[in-house]
Design a protein around this ligand. Structure first.
Ligand code: ZN
Ligand code: ZN
Length: 285
């Protein structure tokens, strides 16, 4: 039910309208970066494929006149082992430099934000997606920054307790992606986490890809398709396990298992989907 009134400050950069060509390319950096990371994941397959082709064409044989000359094979090996990884590193450095620039530009544009009448702000429904882990003996949502929250909460600023998040120039507030696809991509980088669907309320900043807002309600949690242990069979049940972190810090961590991998887990460390749904007070689907 989307019946809540929400207020969002539209955070648009002047550059976005004026320098369409340059800026669009810049704003789509996130998409380009996602594509690049996908490519890097399959790079070992591409490399092995090329080596197999070179081998089949006789590039590694002792023949005096192979189909693929030895110099080409050697060049390819150097390329695969040295040049391509170096290029990848340079591209990542490029990404981080331009992300820093974009962050500075955002901050600058925020300084120029006129003191607006809070009752005259643009209204926008803030529905988003994000990834969380489930931790604690009694399961609780844990954001990627380590902050824990229940299904319905107001954000608090750890750094400046007098802040009512979100505050301009600070990082406080609840974050969410606007697009499910972006949250799914993050999930593919962080296996073992869960994807949730949230509504954000109160004052919020609207970015191109997401929101940062005052309060948050979790609507639903997406039950992972596959077991987090064997990664093959369909997941059936939630289980909690002990994790030992830095400085002997021990915490409970929740994951999902298939009916095979759940064998051996004590009954008191298991929760069915319905039980988890009740504990978290959100739908699981
Ligand atoms: Zn703050
Ligand atoms: Zn399994």
């Amino acid at each position: 039910m989307k019946i809540w009134a929400r207020i969002a400050i539209e955070w648009k950069l002047r550059d976005e309208q004026n320098r369409a060509g340059v800026f669009n390319m810049h704003m789509d950096l996130k998409r380009i970066k996602q594509g690049f990371i996908r490519l890097i994941r399959i790079y070992p397959l591409i490399a092995i494929g090329l080596l197999i082709i070179a081998y089949l064409l006789g590039g590694f044989s002792e023949q005096s006149n192979p189909l693929v000359p030895r110099t080409i094979v050697l060049g390819m090996l150097y390329g695969l082992i040295i040049v391509v990884p170096l290029l990848a590193i340079l591209i990542f450095v490029g990404f981080s430099v331009s992300e820093d620039r974009s962050r500075n530009r955002n901050l600058k544009s925020l300084e120029n934000l006129p003191a607006e009448d809070p009752f005259d702000l643009a209204q926008e429904e803030m529905c988003g997606f994000k990834i969380v882990s489930l931790t604690g003996e009694l399961p609780i949502f844990t954001g990627v920054t380590g902050d824990t929250y229940k299904n319905d909460e107001n954000a608090i600023c750890k750094e400046f307790p007098d802040h009512v998040p979100p505050v301009i120039g600070c990082e406080c507030g609840f974050y969410a992606f606007k697009n499910r696809r972006d949250a799914q991509f993050e999930l593919s980088i962080h296996p073992g986490l869960f994807l949730i669907d949230v509504d954000l309320f109160g004052i919020g900043f609207s970015h191109k890809y997401g929101y940062r807002a005052e309060s948050q309600r979790v609507n639903s949690l997406e039950f992972p398709k596959r077991c987090m242990r064997c990664k093959v069979l369909p997941a059936r049940v939630f289980i909690k396990s002990y994790k030992i972190g830095y400085g002997n810090n021990v915490w409970w961590h929740w994951s999902v298992r298939c009916s095979l991998c759940v064998k051996g887990v004590k009954p008191e460390n298991r929760l069915t989907i319905e039980q988890m749904s009740q504990k978290l007070n959100v739908e699981i689907n």
